[in-house]
Ligand binder design. Structure first.
Ligand SMILES: NC(=O)c1ccc[n+]([C@@H]2O[C@H](COP(=O)([O-])OP(=O)(O)OC[C@H]3O[C@@H](n4cnc5c(N)ncnc54)[C@H](OP(=O)(O)O)[C@@H]3O)[C@@H](O)[C@H]2O)c1
Length: 349
């Protein structure tokens, strides 16, 4: 390609925003040209405004950038958004209306009927919904979202099983890392020596988003996957890496080896297209009895591979397994960047 796409990052100073900036250093297709955050940060340079919480230094070109308000116009071709859900609806809508493609992490538009809730390996055909957005955003803007950070690993793990055998019912019990709560996030005295059995809105997001992601595009709408799903979410004292214990009933009987094979052999369009952020193997299955673990497995595939383990028959459901993914990479910034790479490859950008 002749030039890189210039990207703006909304919510650039937060946990996900920082991950965007780190992952976009030396990206072959994107360069960061604008950063935006709250009025607490506006007017400062990024280096002054940001409590950088990732390893390594803030990239020099971004360190000196002025933090701007998250309102159009910004000097960029598209925006990645990691704004808080409450304000994302108005702001992201304003960017789309002004003609910008919005590649969002926020929950604001995920369940809108005309908005793709995209995992490129699972439901790239849902991008057909972009046709219906053309009537709403006459200046060429559109909105594509990625799932909640726990939903993504659950839906990605269930996708090949649903395709091969049908998933009739599933329950997921999550153990979610601290970085999932943003910065500064959960107070240390609340989480030290503790587990919090409540993450606002999270259980509902997993339950609703999963059936949309695994649903089918029929004309201009998504038919939700006919699947019973229940989730329980917990915040645990881990820095990065969300885990979920999953149990499921299959529609068609399947042997354990076939379930394992469906997971390990899973590969899809991003791998075929060789997208820059696509992991060679989307799902790794480990057979050691004590894996996956956040500390050991969250960086698999540069944080874009999810790791499953403890796969076995269940005494109540058909099968169970544990799945882990890096919540700010596959669960957030890396997911959005992969979405944008797919949009380029398919001619939407
Ligand atoms: N953390 C994860 O693992 C994860 C995963 C998936 C999705 N998400 C979603 O991604 C979004 C960001 O999460 P995060 O963890 O990065 O949160 P965070 O660390 O709290 O960062 C929030 C960002 O939004 C900015 N912001 C807050 N209020 C604003 C306002 N009124 N106007 C403009 N900017 C404002 C903040 O700017 P200041 O620094 O100036 O306050 C900061 O840049 C959320 O919607 C979250 O649900 C997070």
């Amino acid at each position: 390609m002749s030039r890189k796409y210039r990207v703006g990052i909304l919510g650039a100073t937060g946990m996900v925003g920082q991950r965007f900036i780190q992952l976009l250093v030396d990206h072959p297709q994107f360069e960061v040209t604008a950063v935006a955050a709250s009025d607490r940060s506006q007017g400062k340079t990024y280096g002054e405004a940001c409590s950088w919480r990732l390893s390594g230094e803030i990239p020099a070109n971004v360190r000196a950038m002025p933090v701007q308000p998250p309102t159009p116009p910004l000097d960029c071709d598209l925006v990645f958004s990691s704004l808080p859900g409450e304000m994302a609806r108005e702001t992201e809508g304003a960017f789309a209306a002004a003609g910008y493609p919005v590649i969002s992490n926020s929950s604001a538009f995920r369940m809108d009927e005309d908005v793709p809730l995209l995992i490129p390996e699972v439901n790239h055909e849902h991008l057909g919904l972009l046709e219906t957005q053309k009537a709403k955003y006459s200046r060429g803007g559109f909105i594509v979202t990625n799932p909640n950070c726990s939903t993504i690993m659950i839906a990605l793990a269930l996708a090949p099983l649903h395709a091969a055998f049908g998933v009739a019912a599933t329950i997921a019990t999550t153990l979610q890392a601290l970085s999932g709560a943003g910065y500064p996030g959960v107070a240390s005295l609340d989480i030290l020596d503790n587990v919090l059995p409540f993450i606002g809105g999270e259980e509902e997001k997993i339950e609703s988003e999963t059936t949309k992601i695994l649903g089918r595009l029929n004309a201009s709408r998504i038919e939700l996957a006919p699947m019973a799903i229940g989730a329980q979410c917990h915040r645990v004292n881990v820095s990065d890496g969300h885990m979920a214990a999953v149990r499921m009933n299959l529609t068609r009987k399947a042997a354990l080896d076939d379930v394992r094979e469906a997971l390990t052999s899973f590969s899809s369009l991003p791998q075929e297209l060789g997208l820059h952020s696509a992991p060679a193997t989307p799902i790794v299955v480990r057979d050691e009895p004590d894996r996956p673990q956040p500390k050991l497995d969250r960086d698999a595939g540069n944080g874009m591979t999810i790791t499953a383990g403890r796969l076995k028959p269940d005494s109540v459901f058909d099968y169970r397994f544990v799945v882990l993914s890096h919540n700010t990479i596959r669960g957030a910034a890396g997911a959005a960047i992969l979405n944008a790479e797919l949009l380029i490859a398919l001619g939407h950008l």
